[in-house]
Design a binder for this molecule. Structure first.
Ligand SMILES: [Zn+2]
Length: 102
């Protein structure tokens, strides 16, 4: 039998959801810290880059959590094919499969 065991899949999805929830908390804390810091003029550009990377990371995480809640998680946004679990383990917020461009 090669059929996907739904119970295993559900367990896996619950673990991914946990991971993303933790990442979300970390990223929220990081963003709050960055927002609270006032850089001097020399560091403003670097600080802004960090800030936008943190915002983007948090947005990606929140979007992935929303996809899980809506039952759309793990489908490629380009070709609608399944994203391999191994890829999602490495990159839980991945929106596309390996063959499609980001
Ligand atoms: Zn694809």
């Amino acid at each position: 039998m090669t059929t996907l065991d739904t119970t295993d899949h559900d367990d896996w999805l619950v673990r991914v959801h946990h991971r993303l929830t933790r990442t979300c908390q970390d990223q929220t804390a990081q963003l709050a810290e960055l927002t609270a810091t006032a850089p001097d003029a020399a560091e403003a550009a670097a600080h802004n880059a960090l800030l936008s990377a943190a915002r983007q990371g948090l947005a990606d995480t929140v979007a992935a959590l929303r996809r899980i809640e809506q039952g759309r998680y793990g489908a490629c946004e380009v070709c609608a094919g399944p994203i391999p679990a191994a890829r999602l383990d490495l990159l839980p917020h991945a929106r596309t499969c390996v063959s499609c461009p980001r």
